[in-house]
Design a protein around this ligand. Sequence first.
Ligand SMILES: [Fe+2]
Ligand SMILES: [Fe+2]
Length: 332
Amino acid sequence: MTLASTYVEPALPQAVGPVSAAVLDMVQRRPTLHSRPVDIPVADADPYGLDLQLALYVCYELHYRGFRGVDPRWEWSPMLLHIRGRLEDAFLSAVRRDVGDIDTSAADEMERISVEPVDGDGPSYYLRDRGTWEQMREYFVHRSLYHLKEGDPHAFQIPRLMGLAKAAFVAVEFDEFGGGRADALHQQLFADLMVAAGLDAGYLAYLNEVPAEALAPVNLMSLFGLHRDLRGAAIGHFASTEITSSPGSRRLVEALERMGAPQACAVFYREHVVADAVHEQVVRTDVVGDLVAREPQLDADVVFGIRAHALVEDRLADHLMACWTAGRSSLR
Ligand SMILES: [Fe+2]
Ligand SMILES: [Fe+2]
């Protein structure tokens, strides 16, 4: 198997408004270690909008691979962290407001989301039943932001877990990271899918083309991942991705078969039909079950993480369906 060519540090994106312009302008200079606050118009920005989401994405990416031409020391610049904190505050407040009160237990919530609606109407149903290959390729582009770093945002939880929760969590992540084989890394399977679909498999190659709705799901993972305070939400998010992945992946396999897509495209989703059915059980009982037994005060946070995942995924799904049913591209 040939490994899709990639590079370590992606290119910086183009600014799309005053907030992202301020962040992008800053990180192209020499990093400063003093903490003089910089005034940027966060209060005027839509927390789900492209300008704020792109600015936040750039801040977070410094903790993953960074950007070409950006000094890696910006990662811990107090000045940039101050700005990131304000962006996070705006985003998290909006998500908390839209998720609303938590009125159930993590166990009940996981039970609820493990039951699939028979007559769902999201993008995977649409692609299975009547979507075009062009729309499928757009779907790959939106998802490339996450799948080319699949497993990474959740991996920040490892030092924060202990006992069975840690052992089971790492067992699932081991599969995400290819079980010791570079060609089986889920990130690599997705890169192979991109190449097979005639798309750019480069890390963040489409950062200038995806809308805010595709950035928010990855920003949410980074937000949860980088704050120990939000570890319950991070584990809830992880549980939600594993529980909902298998049936969704099955529909995408069916869609790809109907479209006569290249085999490498179906490989990625087929892997998730099988693996995530197993992961779901491990996550429910061993990861979440052990975590909340040890830290019962995190139970509501786990539910919040599950619902926040659904919230940002629904926003992306609504965007895709609105564009596709109107015959428009869902990319910028
Ligand atoms: Fe995966
Ligand atoms: Fe999985």
